[in-house]
Design a protein around this ligand. Structure first.
Ligand SMILES: C[S@@+](CC[C@H](N)C(=O)[O-])C[C@H]1O[C@@H](n2cnc3c(N)ncnc32)[C@H](O)[C@@H]1O
Length: 427
């Protein structure tokens, strides 16, 4: 609470905004990508410089904060990948953009429940450009957190990794170049200051030929007036991952589309969004350094750049499809029949369903790529029937989003015995 108060009370210009203004005064207009980089990652008070954006008290929540089943099912996926690789003695998972470390804790905690000594073979490395402080709250989580190696880096300082790179909502946080079509050509969006010292946008020739190259590769022409974003960090990032990966897989989960959909006329104004206290906005020039700025991910470019770097696509599907393939329905069935209080059951069922809601997190996309494993179809990476049937659901804890209390505030209070245990059932 106090954190939110502090963030709100900061009406003064942030150091991030000051740095942007200074840069523009010194060198003239800057690309939108440079503006976004400074707003999100300025070393003193860029948006991501501390871990306050995350979770209930922050500006948005991601799947790991909804229910630990997200991490549990990804642990199952890592388990099947380990099996397909012949159960190597060291299987390294590298999580990129790990934020507060919730996913790492959940994956490690659930790996300990999987058979064949998988957890003992698992080495978990979290990489983030900042090192958030998100502290685990129970003994199991503390053990998982202690076993996780945390690297503060913006690249992948590893080689010969045998295992899997994984990320959740990482690529959408890369600074994007923005464009607008005019006279059949793409002009780039730059940020300048007007006479009243307000941020204004200016269109000019692209700052790099890579922007036009990406649009030329689309295979269709964009109409004049069409605006959008191009994420040029995808290529160096996947190149880095492919170089670091000796043999194994890459799992990328994020919101976005294939290029034909992302750059369709339905999205002719682009997909740039801002988030402040769970509220979506569209002006990146307000609250500079205090609000998130993000754009939808171009999954075609992840596949293309991956292929160039030696990563072969095995699957592209929705988050709901991925979680169902890994055993979500079995987890839901177990929660419905376990001896839980009605409140606990409802809260867990609601959170599990949120992860596969096609209009929400379930509509996110999952891309699975591989290098040198010999695996050619995703079917080989699905857990066997016995493994799925043996899955037991992890339970919500106080570090997760209180979704049920948020939607149905009266249910946060357990009914006293006078009125019995009855509460409405969530199916
Ligand atoms: C949207 S957050 C997602 C956090 C987390 N994966 C989750 O699901 O809650 C993006 C994270 O990526 C980190 N990040 C962005 N660019 C990075 C880079 N080049 N290298 C490492 N971390 C980066 C940010 O610091 C931030 O913690």
């Amino acid at each position: 609470m106090s954190l939110l108060f502090c963030r709100d009370a900061m009406t003064a210009t942030t150091a991030a905004e000051q740095a942007i203004r200074d840069r523009i005064r010194r060198q003239g207009k800057i690309t939108f990508a440079e503006f976004m980089r400074l707003a999100l990652y300025h070393p003193v008070d860029g948006y991501y410089t501390d871990d306050s954006p995350f979770g209930a008290a922050g500006d948005y929540y991601t799947s790991p904060a909804v229910h630990p089943a997200f991490g549990a099912l990804l642990a199952v996926q890592l388990f099947t990948m380990w099996q397909c690789m012949g159960e190597p003695a060291d299987f390294t998972v590298v999580e990129m953009g790990a934020g507060g470390g919730m996913l790492a804790n959940d994956i490690r905690a659930y790996a300990a429940r999987l058979p064949d000594g998988f957890a003992d073979r698992l080495r978990y490395i979290s990489i983030d450009r900042y090192a958030p402080t998100g502290a685990p709250t129970d003994a199991n989580e503390s053990a998982s957190a202690a076993a996780t190696e945390r690297l503060r880096a913006t690249n992948v300082p590893l080689r010969g990794v045998l295992g899997c790179f994984i990320s959740n909502e990482f690529v959408d946080a890369f600074p994007v170049h923005r464009f607008k079509m005019s006279g059949g050509k793409a002009l780039e969006v730059y940020v300048a200051l007007d006479d009243a010292d307000e941020f204004v946008e200016a269109l000019d020739k692209p700052s790099t030929p890579l922007l036009t190259e990406r649009l030329d590769r689309l295979g269709f022409r964009l109409a004049d007036g069409h605006s959008g974003e191009v994420n040029l960090h995808v290529k160096p990032w996947l190149g880095d991952v492919a170089r670091a990966l000796g043999k194994g897989f890459v799992i990328t989960i994020d919101y976005g589309y294939q290029a034909a959909e992302l750059y369709s006329r339905r999205r002719k104004f682009g997909t740039l969004q801002t988030y402040f206290r769970h509220t979506e906005g569209s002006s990146p020039y307000q609250r500079v350094g205090r609000q998130d700025i993000t754009a939808h991910v171009d999954f075609s470019s992840l596949q293309y750049e991956g292929k160039v770097a030696g990563l072969h696509t095995l699957a592209y599907m929705t988050q709901a499809e991925l979680l169902r393939a890994l055993g979500m329905d079995e987890l839901l069935r177990s929660v419905r029949t376990m001896p839980l209080s009605q409140h606990e059951r409802n809260a867990n069922v609601m959170a599990l369903r949120e992860l596969v809601n096609p209009d929400g997190l379930g509509g996110f996309k999952a891309l699975i790529q591989e290098k040198g494993t010999g695996v050619t179809t995703y079917a080989s990476l699905m857990p066997s029937e016995p493994v799925r049937r043996a899955l037991s659901p992890p339970m919500l804890s106080s570090r997760h989003m209180p979704l049920m209390e948020g939607r149905y505030p009266h249910t946060g209070w357990e009914a006293p015995s006078l009125w019995g245990e009855w509460q409405p059932e969530v199916r």
